[in-house]
Design a binder for this molecule. Structure first.
Ligand code: PLP
Length: 380
């Protein structure tokens, strides 16, 4: 093992910013009140929760803090959005349009709704760069369609969808637009007015916040039936005593990630460029880039090393202190071909050799050089 761990798996999770830890700490010491309690401890917690909500709302340009629903993670936010935003009208089954490359928290929720007869779902295909075709979206809309759910950016390959145009098409057709924007904060701008979205999911641990909290942005006109019923917290949309510490940590992280987005994106973009050039120099055509050259998350590089087993490379890189992922970390452990690469028509052989490198502000150019040195051992 080398001394310093080179962590290149920031699309899986991130290290919390130091100020997030500072923000959280007092809530496990003196500020332990329940925001529903009327005494001073409760009022103090309520103030902190209100502040966290206001900061989060401002960071994504929401009209009002009331549009922020704190939930446990983006998986819950996606479930809440999809389960609640379609309804049967006069016996017709509502329609949802999504894509084949969504995170399982969207895909499996859609499949469950179909199985219950609660929705019909169209899964849009993507091209070889991981982009949906807007003409396909238009074609898929019919009189029963109520909701379009397309991710802002893909976690495995980093393709950034044309969300502005998707939002426009939804508006023209009077459809709700939900976007899983989990991979966006700190990498590309997140602004719920531009493009105009109705529902948006985030998870704090993806942008250097704490694990165990996410949010669903919900435009104020939208009423969602809760998944969790009980005390009516979070505007009757998500019951359960609010994790004030985590909400405060989320808002600190979102604020900082948003503020530093441009400079961090420049930095990670440089690292990615050097890494890809170095891989091309060493591997030539036996390395295939799965991340699109434009309209992609600047921190993400997904590469297929032909005739190599990515899971074995991952273990060997790990032994050298370099953390990467083979396919999506959300399915770690399972050596199944990524549904994203399959949808992009990547061959089975290339998909098995696919490694994802994902940078953060913490990475340095020397991390890239060291990674290239270790990768060089695999060069043909
Ligand atoms: N959506 C995307 C695009 C993701 O990358 C992830 C996690 O990898 C999720 C949703 C789910 O996030 P969480 O596991 O925090 O619920």
């Amino acid at each position: 093992m080398t001394e310093r761990i080179i962590y290149l798996d920031n699309n899986a999770t991130t290290r919390p910013y130091p100020e997030v830890l500072e923000t959280i700490q007092p809530f496990f010491e003196e500020r332990y009140g329940n925001p529903s309690s009327v005494h001073q401890k409760g009022r103090d917690a309520k103030t902190a929760l209100d502040e966290a909500r206001a900061t989060a709302a401002e960071a994504i340009n929401a009209d009002s803090p009331a549009e922020i629903v704190f939930v446990s993670c983006a998986t819950e936010a996606n479930n809440l959005a999809l389960n609640g935003s379609t309804k049967q009208v006069n016996g017709t089954t509502p329609g949802i349009i999504t894509s084949q490359i969504e995170h399982p928290s969207v895909l499996e929720t859609c499949q469950a709704l179909e199985a219950q007869g609660a929705a019909t779902v169209t899964y849009l295909t993507v091209d070889e760069n991981g982009f949906i075709d807007l003409a396909d979206l238009r074609d898929a809309i019919n009189e029963n369609t109520e909701l379009v759910s397309i991710m802002t950016a893909n976690n495995e390959v980093g393709s950034v969808q044309p969300v502005q145009q998707i939002a426009d098409i939804c508006k023209e057709n009077n459809l709700l637009f939900h976007t899983d924007a989990v991979q966006a904060p700190g990498k590309i701008p997140v602004d719920v007015q531009d493009p105009n979205v109705d529902l948006l999911a985030l998870s704090a641990h993806k942008f250097h916040g704490p694990r165990g909290i996410g949010l669903l942005y919900k435009r104020k006109e939208i009423d969602l039936p809760p998944l969790l019923r009980g005390g009516g917290q979070e505007q009757e949309t998500r019951s359960g005593t609010e994790p004030v510490a985590l909400a405060a940590g989320l808002s600190t992280a979102l604020d900082r990630a948003t503020e530093q987005c441009a400079s961090v994106s420049d930095h990670t973009g440089q690292l990615r460029k050097t890494l890809w050039r170095g891989i091309r120099d060493r591997f030539g055509d036996t390395a295939q880039r799965n991340t699109p050259g434009s309209n992609s998350l600047p921190n993400t590089l997904n590469v297929s090393f032909m005739n190599k087993a990515a899971d074995k490379m991952l273990i060997n890189l790990d032994l050298e202190g370099i953390c990467v992922s083979a396919g999506s970390a959300c399915h770690s452990g399972a050596i199944e071909i990524s549904h994203v690469l399959q949808a992009m028509n990547v061959s089975e052989e290339a998909a098995k050799g696919s490694v994802r490198f994902s940078f953060s502000h913490e990475n340095r150019m020397e991390d890239v050089h060291r990674t290239l040195e270790v990768l060089g051992e695999y060069a043909p």
